[in-house]
Design a protein around this ligand. Sequence first.
Ligand SMILES: [Zn+2]
Length: 455
Amino acid sequence: MTSSPHTPSPRLWIRQPLACADPAAANGVVIQDSRIVERLAAGQEPSLPVDRVFDASRHVLLPGLVNTHHHFYQTLTRAYSAALNKELFPWLTTLYDVWANLDEEQIAVASELAMVELLLSGCTTVADHHYVFSDALESAIDRQVETARRLGVRAALTRGSMSVGRDQGGLPPQSVVQDEARILDDSRRLIQRYHQPEEGAMITVALAPCSPFSVSRELMKATAELAKTEGVRLHTHLAETEDETRYCERLFGLRPLDYLEECGWLNERTWLAHGIHFTDEEIRRLGRAGTGIAHCPSSNMVLGSGLCPTLELERAGAPLGLAVDGSASNDHSNLAEEMRQAMLLGRLRYRPDQIGHDDVIRWATQGSARCLGRTDIGGLAPGQQADLALFKLDEPRFSGAENPLAALLLCGAHRADRVMVAGRWRVIDGAIPDLDLSALMARHQEAAQRLWRAL
Ligand SMILES: [Zn+2]
């Protein structure tokens, strides 16, 4: 949809969904250009004539899902034999040797496959944490930007980094650690070239050392300063395992959150992947600081890392979002399925009446948007971006479901029927128009096999 000074842009009514995550949009929403212009309560009609109507009477309507943490490249090492059945640190050291051989062609196809998979699951904003930069991967993020633009998906890309390799007592091989000045220069370059600070941004760039112990203290501090100067966000992994806590205490004499704070990271600019092993006092500090947590339930179960204290974090005031995490520890990139996992895992920690499908949908939409520092996505309010996910309940798994919204999680929705990003349909009838999915999968599989053979 485009506008001219004389003709108002067409108005599209997504009419009367079967059910909607936002009760204030029971009669649907009206879209004009890239935004929602009206949200209609039950029985309410659009205030102005509409040009087109999409009959949503067979669809459950959600704000587009927002993924807050991933490593797209890991789709090339799914279910990788040598890394199976391991905890985080041995899992990482096994896979670093494989990932050290990645090239840009592989990053491009892995990113495309991951973004496609997310989009088909109802995800309209994808975040990626890319921290493997060998000499063959200097333009990894540039390739991801190209891919996101081509698919029309909103992307929060993060310039990751590792500067402490095995020679300095770190986990990764030397070939994927970089000089710190080079990391900061490239971070600056990417922000200046791609980061859109404005409302409705399709591409944002954040800065993201792999973990506080994979870079030096100086780089952690310099990264926080650069993010502040450039007005971008900060991201890293934190408090994922007990091993990590012990490692930090040994290395720095501090628990991970204390170290993060000392480096100038404990503020509202930061969101952290995992956030499992916090004390009550640390949870209060995170809430006061407004630091976000990307909850990654499947990954936490696969690696046996623990249960994120989601409700305590949310009650303390910390933005809480949902994420699939990288595809070597999940190993799918399906955010709809991840909502089900979050609810089920939550039920192991909390009473059933404390965590419902609506809580998890809130995390995957509004909560995730807050983690990314955005108020223009994650909801269906007028003025917000027209990012929508519509699910049909036409598979055997849904047959007999009485509550359509609850059915998405309880019966296991995994594929959206329609997905809109910034007012444009990017998924129609469960497929991405103009994408040859079989050809993409063939290229991806070939890239994966080439990577395994390189070892
Ligand atoms: Zn991760």
